[in-house]
Each structure stands twice: as structure tokens, then as C-alpha cells.
Unconditional design. Structure first.
Length: 288
């Protein structure tokens, strides 16, 4: 079972992994369809809308991770904010926003076919700015604010604990105080590690998306060749794949769940060996 404290990290990371896979899948389907089939404008608009929605979903998944870390740092004693019900509610609201905001361009018929990327997207400056602002800049601003607040909070706690610990040493050492100091120091180290991990896959994300975003925004006269568009379009997919592997490697509950799933699958494929181990274990034989 996953505790309430770790469930926020588990479900947030799992939600981020799912959003990465859905975006990669939608882009792959869009490229395969546009290259191998004649363009159906209605279907093209729907695929473009899904790509916009999953792109928003990725950034809001990043934001959700930062929000849950913020709640875990400042509202740790309020169990409701760490409960599974609250996390599921956050995820539902996140995806509602992710599908609602791009629907403005869809219903106003502002998602058009672009020749070089070979899929439909918003072309007019207002709707492009709306998508970039709500799907990238606004989440990045809030993510930065939440993580800076956590960082300064950790530094303040470290300073306060070191000062109070020195004062306690001058008088007398209390075992309860030593234990609480150890637990808070351990939690602070964990938060610092999470901040470092977030900074790492944020750098991978920005590098992967930077080239394609730069070309899409500033190439209004269609100067860049189509091959460059397709190459830069692969960068976000590669960066999201790297981020997914990083999250799985750093998140112990998810890694453990994956290993458990593989073990269960392998046992189903080899029921005879599993039965032999179960029968021989009570007799005390060494299974190795």
C-alpha cells in the first residue's frame, strides 16, 4: 500500500508519465496520417485539437507535481491535501482545463492545416499567443513560483534548526529534540533532491521543445524547409521519452509497481516453475 504522504508523488508522477505517452502517441498518429493519407480537414482539426490538449496536459501535469510538493511542504499535517481523493480531483480538473482551453480555437475554426509540419494547428497570432501563454508560459511561471517558495522555505528551516540546535546544546540535549531535528533534516534533504530532479527534467523539456517552438513561432514566411520541421518535431518526443524514464527511475513506488507487474506477468507465463517454488519452500529446500 502507498501512504498518504507518498501517494501525492506517486499519482502526480504517474499522471505526468501518462500525459507524456498520450502526447507522443497523438503526434505520431498525426504525422503517420498526414504523410500516408489525403488530408481530411475535419479529422485534421480534431487531431490538431488533441495535440494542443495533450500539450496543455503535459504542462499542467508539471504544475500539478509542483502544487503537490508545495502542499506537502506547507500543509503536511492536513491529511485531506495528501489524500488520494484530493489528488484524483486535481487530476480531473487538470485534464478538464487541458481540453477546455484549446476548444476555443476548435469551435471558432481557427485550427488550420500547416503545410510544413503537416498537421493542423492555430495560425493566427492571437490564437497562437493564447495557446503558448496558457499552455506554456503561465504554467512555467506558477511552477517557478512554487519551487522558489519551497526552496527558500527549506533554507529558512535549515537556518532556524541549526541555530536552535546550538542553543539546545549549550543547555542540555533532549532526545526528542534530536529525533525531531533528524526527521526535519531528512525531509528537507528529500525536498532538495526533488527540486534537483525537477530542475533536471525541466532542462531536458526546454531543450527538447525550444527548437520546434522557436521555428513555429518565428517562421511566419515559411522559409525553413519541411525536413527541418520534421526533425525538430522529433525533439519533443525524444525529450518526453527521456523525462518519462527519469521519472520512473527516480520514483520508487512506480518503479516497484512496474517490477511487480513484470514479475506477475512472468509467473503467468511460467506457472510450472512458480508452482515448484511454492511446493518446495515449505519443505525447507533451497530453491536456488
Amino acid at each position: 500500500m502507498i501512504s498518504n504522504t507518498s501517494s501525492s508523488y506517486y499519482f502526480s508522477a504517474l499522471n505526468l508519465i501518462c500525459s507524456c505517452f498520450t502526447f507522443i502517441t497523438s503526434v505520431t498518429i498525426a504525422l503517420q496520417y498526414s504523410i500516408n493519407h489525403n488530408i481530411n480537414m475535419e479529422l485534421c482539426r480534431i487531431i490538431g485539437y488533441l495535440i494542443y490538449s495533450f500539450c496543455h496536459g503535459i504542462m499542467y501535469s508539471y504544475l500539478l507535481v509542483s502544487i503537490n510538493r508545495f502542499l506537502n511542504a506547507f500543509y503536511r499535517l492536513k491529511k485531506y491535501y495528501l489524500s488520494i481523493k484530493f489528488i484524483i480531483l486535481e487530476i480531473i480538473l487538470q485534464w478538464l482545463l487541458a481540453f477546455l482551453i484549446p476548444s476555443i480555437s476548435l469551435f471558432l475554426n481557427q485550427i488550420e492545416f500547416q503545410v510544413k509540419p503537416r498537421f493542423c494547428s492555430a495560425r493566427k497570432p492571437f490564437y497562437m499567443t493564447l495557446g503558448v501563454f496558457t499552455g506554456f508560459f503561465l504554467p512555467v511561471i506558477f511552477i517557478t513560483i512554487f519551487n522558489l517558495i519551497i526552496y527558500f522555505h527549506i533554507n529558512k528551516l535549515r537556518t532556524d534548526f541549526h541555530l536552535s540546535f546550538r542553543r539546545k546544546q549549550k543547555c542540555r540535549l533532549n532526545k526528542f529534540y534530536q529525533i525531531s531535528h533528524y526527521l526535519y533534516s531528512r525531509q528537507n534533504k528529500k525536498n532538495v533532491t526533488l527540486l534537483h530532479q525537477f530542475a533536471a527534467f525541466s532542462c531536458v523539456f526546454v531543450i527538447g521543445w525550444g527548437f520546434f517552438a522557436f521555428i513555429s513561432i518565428f517562421d511566419l514566411n515559411d522559409i525553413v524547409p519541411e525536413s527541418i520541421y520534421l526533425i525538430t518535431l522529433s525533439f519533443p518526443a525524444v525529450s518526453l521519452l527521456i523525462i518519462t524514464l527519469m521519472i520512473i527511475n527516480w520514483n520508487k513506488p512506480i518503479k516497484k509497481s512496474i517490477f511487480t507487474l513484470f514479475n506477475v506477468t512472468s509467473r503467468r507465463k511460467h506457472p510450472t516453475s512458480a508452482t515448484t517454488v511454492q511446493l518446495s519452500a515449505p519443505l525447507g529446500f533451497n530453491c536456488n
